[in-house]
Design a protein around this ligand. Structure first.
Ligand code: XMP
Length: 512
């Protein structure tokens, strides 16, 4: 079995770069996105089976447009240029790129030559997504046209002898019909990949290379209990065991039983040093009387860092700091500047005063669903792997107004009931985020023959893919009714339950 077949994706700044990488992995070939400026030596060292140039917003004739080393085409490694990538290939090899008067955008019928290895298995026409203004007007010498549309004379080209291919359309998006087959054809027919990569290979390879890199040195990880940091921690623990210390700062603002569940998983299932800091009292003290949401966030973020630092100092110098950064956290400039990590991570940013030499981010190239697959491979319980997003400041931003221990307990119990019923109804994977909010509204109710004057709990549930926009989830009335009944019956000091039916925008997902 050939090991580590790799497809390198050279990033020219297009919006679909990450998607191309994951499509390749879906075809069981490992892929990595690298800046377009990667040196020839580095490419040779990585020894890829093939290279894909992504699209990008630039024009090849523009000032400072991203260009690649011409020698890439002489390495004997197959290259597929997509959109800007095709134009760049043409321009670099002596073809001519022109600018159309109008942009061609949308699902477009492309006439294709299915004798080409790239289009094996397709009919003579296929619908692909086009999104471009520039196009290849004259092919470089040695190239043959293998596709065109009504308005684009060269929508696909090949130099089969040199294994160089260009396509003006985007096979990686769902709007392209069976676009994945174009990618498969490139990988299997042209690059001769065997497609033996699986998530388990990623796990094995990562553990091996982490072992080699870290040796018997020490690493430190801030564990939030979230999916990404948990998976990163377990991966590291498999590689270096007790040389990994995880610090879990429990600010007391987690959901019911959550802190204990995290502790149980990490102390019973894995071989690592686990330090739980129970800091609820400290956080509640700092938050006493605070009602402004942003002030709450700031206090929690700062305090979190302080507690982590204090604990890290006890451990002393470590060589590596582990972070659960994943691909969407990495802002790829794509245009040669180094990539920047989000400063606000799930735990509110990490200290820069902790003494370490290097950051390790083993999940940096993966998407969230891929991280979940890694988690399952590593035997992390499903409950943790499929945990819904939970904000760093925790329940503090789900208690409107000031926070007290009593309110915290009310919210934990109400939220637990909601979560339980959603899971029982089998809706926990369909609804992307759902939780209870303790409003600061008290109202009149009647229990038995007694008048009550108690809190209103709001239920929130949204369906979304990116959490930037979302719609309120149409949970069946019976389930809402059951949740409402249980909350008012089982949770003291709640006499009213309401359901939030606003989408985002205009409302945000969290109430604060
Ligand atoms: P909003 O409320 O802005 O939330 O619609 C979008 C997503 O972000 C999460 N969120 C946060 N996550 N720290 C975090 O780590 C925060 O301060 C924070 N505020 C919101 C929210 O849960 C949702 O998934």
């Amino acid at each position: 079995m050939e090991k580590n077949e790799l497809i390198l994706i050279l990033d020219f700044g297009g919006q679909y770069n990450q998607l191309i990488a994951r499509r390749v992995r879906e075809c069981n070939v490992y892929s990595e996105v690298v800046p377009y400026k990667i040196s020839l030596d580095e490419i040779k060292k990585k020894n890829p089976k093939g290279i894909i140039f992504t699209g990008g917003p630039a024009s090849v004739y523009g000032d400072n447009s991203p260009k690649c080393d011409k020698e890439i085409f002489n390495l004997g490694i197959p290259v597929l240029g997509i959109c800007y990538g095709m134009q760049l290939m043409s321009y670099t090899l002596g073809g001519k790129v022109a600018s159309a008067s109008t942009r061609e955008y949308g699902e477009t019928k492309v006439n294709i030559n299915n004798d080409s290895q790239l289009f094996k298995g397709f009919e003579n026409t296929n619908i692909f997504l086009m999104s471009h203004t520039d196009y290849v007007e004259t092919l470089p010498s040695g190239f043959k046209k293998i596709g065109y549309t009504d308005s684009c004379p060269n929508a696909a080209m090949e130099n089969a002898d040199r294994k160089l291919y260009g396509i003006q359309f985007h096979p990686e998006v769902n709007n392209s019909v069976n676009g994945i087959q174009v990618i498969k054809n490139f990988l299997y027919n042209i690059c001769n990949c065997s497609g033996n990569w699986k998530m388990s290979s990623f796990v094995e390879d990562s553990i091996k290379s982490l072992k080699e890199k870290i040796g018997d040195k020490k690493a430190l990880c801030a564990l939030s209990g979230g999916v990404d940091s948990s998976v990163a921690a377990v991966l590291l623990s498999k590689a270096i065991g007790k040389n990994l210390t995880c610090i879990f700062v429990d600010h007391g603002l987690l959901r019911k039983n959550e802190g204990d569940e995290v502790e149980k998983v990490f102390t019973t299932q894995y071989d690592l040093n686990f330090v739980r800091v129970n800091a609820k009292d400290l956080f509640l003290e700092k938050l006493a009387g605070v009602t402004d949401p942003e002030t709450k966030r700031k206090i929690i973020g700062e305090e979190f860092i302080r507690v982590f630092e204090k604990e890290a100092k006890k451990i002393g110098k470590v060589d590596f700091l582990v972070q659960g950064t994943i691909y969407p956290d990495v802002i790829e400039s794509g245009l040669g500047k180094s990539s920047v990590i989000k400063s606000h991570h799930n735990v509110g940013g990490l200290p820069d005063t902790v003494d370490f030499k290097e950051i390790i981010e083993p999940l940096r190239n993966l998407f969230k669903d891929e991280v979940r697959k890694v988690g399952l491979e590593l035997g992390i319980p499903e409950k943790l792997v499929f945990r819904q997003p939970f904000p760093g400041p925790g329940l503090a931003i789900r208690i409107i107004g000031d926070i007290t221990e009593n309110k915290l307990n009310i919210l934990k119990d109400a939220d637990h009931i909601f979560t339980e019923e959603i899971a029982k109804a089998g809706l926990d994977r369909k609804i992307n985020q759902y939780f209870a909010v303790l409003t600061n509204l008290k109202s009149v109710g009647v229990m038995g023959d007694e008048r009550t004057y108690d809190y209103t709990v709001a239920l929130r549930a949204v369906e979304t893919t990116d959490f930037m926009t979302g719609v309120w989830s149409q949970i069946p009335y019976e389930i809402l009714g059951k949740v409402s009944n249980r909350i008012v019956n089982e949770v003291k000091h709640v006499n009213r339950v309401v359901y939030d039916i606003t989408s985002k925008p205009p409302a945000t997902i969290e109430w604060e």
